[in-house]
Design a protein around this ligand. Structure first.
Ligand code: PAF
Length: 282
């Protein structure tokens, strides 16, 4: 497997691929790969001539230094996992200086209010950091397609917005959330959950499933009340938000409009580990 640590070496390789008219798929990650990431890589392998995976823990998207310092990482395991899928995958594993040659800070982007609620409200500067690194990575990788999981749906919409605003010639591919048998969405942060928190974490998915099952018959206020009551039974769960918002503009609502598509979004701290998830309601 080809592994690049420097931007210039990767770019030389990419220029060669472009001159050979190869179609490039790109899967940006922060490592600690799990089956969710691997499903994006597998999709890219099927849809492109060449797949590039980046592993870079982006400091500017962490609004909490403890969260950054404890973010799981295991590059040896990540490499093995990628190799087990396909030895032709190209891995880009730069350090911070390669990506942020100057100051380690975010650029400023306008997301047309997509960052107004939910994670944008609870994690100040988070999406500016995500957009900064994805913008930098896309300028380097120039892929035909870029793959994102729907688990981070607000991030996905913000990247879709960025790609249009910056006129990147790349197609954003939405990929389904991969879940454990009990419904818990796969996330690198799940590694930080102890056994009892792991059992409790499935109630986030139960809350989302309740919303999906009752969206046609109960009004949104009623759904929110019932979800709050369900989750209040678990002292380990500290709910940041449970909201129903339209899929396009990500504006939470209490009144549904038949012409719009909705999702339920949830974020909670479970014994010190912050998890997010969402489900489509159509
Ligand atoms: O979703 C992630 O893993 C990160 O936010 C991303 C898109 C790789 C940017 O650092």
């Amino acid at each position: 497997m080809l592994v690049f640590k420097s931007v210039s070496a990767l770019q030389n390789h990419i220029n060669k691929l472009i001159s050979e008219r190869k179609i490039i798929g790109f899967v940006p990650t922060m490592g600690a790969l799990h089956a969710g990431h691997l499903s994006l890589v597998e999709k890219s392998l099927l849809e492109n001539d060449c797949t590039i995976v980046s592993v870079f823990v982006n400091p500017t998207q962490f609004n909490n230094s403890n969260d950054l310092n404890t973010y799981p990482s295991n590059i040896i395991r990540d490499k093995k996992l990628l190799q087990s899928l396909d030895n032709e995958i190209v891995l880009f594993h730069p350090n911070s200086k390669e990506i942020y040659s100057g100051e380690l800070k975010s650029d400023h982007f306008d997301f047309d209010n997509l960052d107004q609620h939910m994670e944008g409200k609870y994690r100040e500067g988070h999406f500016q950091g995500v957009a900064t690194v994805v913008n930098k990575l896309l300028l380097i990788v120039k892929s035909d397609k870029i793959y994102f999981g729907e688990k981070d749906f607000q991030q996905l919409r913000i990247i879709e917005n960025l790609v249009v605003a910056k006129k990147f010639n790349t197609k954003v591919i939405r990929c389904n959330t991969i879940r454990q048998d009990d419904g818990l969405a796969l996330s690198s942060r799940n590694n930080k959950l102890d056994i009892s928190s792991k059992k409790t974490a499935k109630y986030l998915f139960k809350a989302l499933s309740f919303a999906k099952e009752n969206f046609d018959t109960l009004d949104i206020t009623n759904i929110e009340e019932k979800v709050n009551r369900l989750l209040a039974k678990f002292p380990q769960i500290k709910l940041d938000y449970f909201v129903i918002a339209d899929e396009r503009y990500l504006q939470p609502t209490l009144k549904r409009d038949k012409k719009k598509k909705y999702r339920a979004f949830i974020a909670a701290d479970i014994s010190g580990v912050r998890l997010i998830d969402n489900i489509k309601l159509y």
